[in-house]
Design a protein around this ligand. Sequence first.
Ligand SMILES: Cc1ncc(COP(=O)(O)O)c(C=O)c1O
Length: 399
Amino acid sequence: MTTSKDNPEKCTQWDKQTLVAHDCHDERHHGAVTMPMYQNSLFTFPTHEAFYEALDAPLQHHLYTRGNNPTVNELECRLALLEGGESARCFASGMAAISASILSAVKAGDHVICVEYIYWPIRDFLENYLRRFGVETTFVHGENMAAIEAAVKPNTTLIFLESPTSMTFRLQDLQACAELAKRIGATTIIDNTWASPIYQNPLQLGIDLVVHSLTKYVGGHSDIIGGVIIGSKERLDRIGKEEFWLLGGIMTPQVASLAMRGLRTLPLRMEKLQQNGLQVASFLEGLPFVERVNHPGLTSHPQHELAERQQSGYGSLFSFEAALSAEQIQQWADGLDMFRIGLSWGGYESLVQVWRNTCEEDGKTLRLVRLYIGLEDPNLLIEDMKRSFARIGLNCSEK
Ligand SMILES: Cc1ncc(COP(=O)(O)O)c(C=O)c1O
């Protein structure tokens, strides 16, 4: 049998596009061109001796799909290779993966440092849910390394990162965070959904665990919910035995099959999405009433240099701030024809979201509009924006 799982040495020599486009031939699947979907809950054995052997080590055998399923395992293997990790486990959602990864790193009495303006259910999980179990969290502006250092307490066991944050698009210096965590004996986890495994590989910068919502770029078609944790074999074996096996928030084989289909075109889609996103962000930056475009790929972004150093490309989700009233901006967003109003991102379709909450930065209140630029012609998206600005009386001639 030569799946990518069983022949990782061969696959690590491949570039990312080949890794996702090419299956190793597995003779047990009759030459099927993709990994078939193993739609079964249990696996059976010829003898009790073989059955007991599997029972004694359920995560090393195909025994029960809550532990191992070949279709899900193939996806896990490919995601681990793409991120440069030794091992991966897929979950029912990004949040299932994220909460499992956090639970694997804390116990009652511990302290967590987490970046401000993180995806809000993660904040809720840390701030409210884990407080019930005696875990305390300090939220810090992650672009400020001194603030992260200052937040360290003797009982800090976890630093949770998201770089860039997916509403304010602020970065953390990942290597510096990893070094700090190693000095104090804490674990580092990063939500790497925005950059995808194509444009940022934090394990190579010393981060311990990478999590993704596969719902976004990896799925790529707005039709699945899934998540993954990637890291060392030692950490993932522990998560496998505890949060994965005991909490049971696993990914189903159907979802794994769809995620694998999404993965085939991930590098191609990311390249086009990056181009489209930068074109639209640059257009907005040139408008007289736009105050700031929060896109790390723009040279005007205060952390552009850091982004160039620790990422190899850019996602197409970004936000902007305009000198307009809340009513005006909502009217503009509602007037767009080519953007749908919605919560998620990472699919083929462009989305807009006017953030209801404000956030504070350097003593300034920010009112953000988040855009996800999809695979449509960016010139048409820009024309649509101009039309909607004109409807609220704004002229889009450049600054
Ligand atoms: C940055 C980020 N991380 C994690 C998640 C959670 O992923 P899921 O919805 O797959 O649970 C989301 C969802 O929107 C997200 O935007």
